[in-house]
Design a protein around this ligand. Sequence first.
Ligand SMILES: [Ca+2]
Length: 508
Amino acid sequence: MSSLQYLFLIMTFGLIVSPDCHSAECHPNVLFISVDDMNDWVGCLGGYAAEVHTPNIDKLAARGMLFRNAHCPAPVCNPSRTAILTGLRPSTTGIYDNGAWWRPALPDVVSLPECFQQGGYLVAGGGKVFHHTPGFNPPEQWNEYFLQVFDDHWHRPGPLDTVPIKGIHWPAGFPLNELPNVRTTKRPPANPKEFDWGAMSKSDREMGDGQMVDWAKRFLMQSHDQPFFLAAGIFRPHLPWYAPKKYFDLYPLDEVELPVVPENDLADIPTAGQKMAEYRGDEWEYLKANNHWRKAVQAYLASISFADAMVGKLLTALEKSPYRDNTIIVLWSDHGWHLGEKHHWHKFTLWEEATRVPLVVNVPNLTKAGHTCDRAVSLIDLYPTLVDLCGLDTPNNLDGQSLLPLLNDPQFQPDRTALITHGRGNHAVRSQNRRYIRYADNSEELYDHRIDPHEWTNLAADTEYGDIKSLLRAQIPVNNAPQAAGKSRYKFDPKSYTWRTKPIKIKP
Ligand SMILES: [Ca+2]
């Protein structure tokens, strides 16, 4: 942050932030909570047709600033998390999917945890913060990390748990041979290991998320002589939707509401959009045909409520800790989820269901209870926001803009927009009232949320909206970085946590 920016902050918000400041007020702790694949089916966001039980997130939102129009940078785990944690858009980095490793592509980028380390913070993380498969979470970023069992068959402990990182924890005695197998479907989808759900007889603490939360609670009970950045990555409601039975019991099957899906909803959408909808859309067709749709929706709701309970345990631990009055709390989800809307199942689209996420920011002595903000904001704004709030130096040319003006006055910046990218050259721009989509082939969609909150009517061809379209189109990046390399170019060695360039095969 420049001296001028410091001056602006002090004059505008009365914050006592200076580069030489060492008090807790200048360097508050940060509890950075993420949930995975949680869309806007959260009580305080009202995205679900019936009651959804998220008392803890609702309580947190009521105590601080709830952003009601927050969007992910990308509707896929790795590109979204990489963008949030580097502060750089997919179109800047070329990280568009789950196959590209960010570290070899961006060797000089300072990640958010590294930025906190450089600022003198103790930096700890657990669970899924970066993408969770091996090679996505370089250990040097953390002073301490809790590796988590992800409650599916896919992410068993492997060579990753031999990574030599100081203070690394592995949940001892976790009943690995009792990983759930309550498979409800027989036909294998694209990823059969995670396409499953069901109520479990486990307690909260026996779940992978419960173990991570227990570790984070222990961290909060300890005495730390530095300010800390604690990232707690909750894996639910990511598939497989396994949760203790009591969370399923919150949603009796005959009371579960299904999303309303107009038969012809894709008729006014360009081919590029229809292809996004179709990607793994056969899973939804399968669910409908086999009477599983309602059960799957129930399992998603149960997983949301389980994740909410994990959030509650973290907040209670903070409340009981010595850090309750000087800790910033941020809660976010990496992207949303379709449960049939637009004839789609999963994420991987540029529509509201896949991009709108919960975002709550609670800053001691700044945010006010009950405040909400309807400006369009992006999770890419979190990096510059935390840099501002914690008096850190900005290492990168960050793509986001700080949320600080909105935390102070939610009515500020009426023209703010959020950019969402899915694959190279496909973008959505969300403003307060509209969504504009432009695919790589220049085809378009436009929705007016004031009259069409479900995005059922594409207005892109309506000449009345020409000026609005131009304004939103101007927010789309001119340059789209080439796709960054992944497994085709690099071999990842989990023991040394390094990537080696594979030799290029020259055809004879
Ligand atoms: Ca995700």
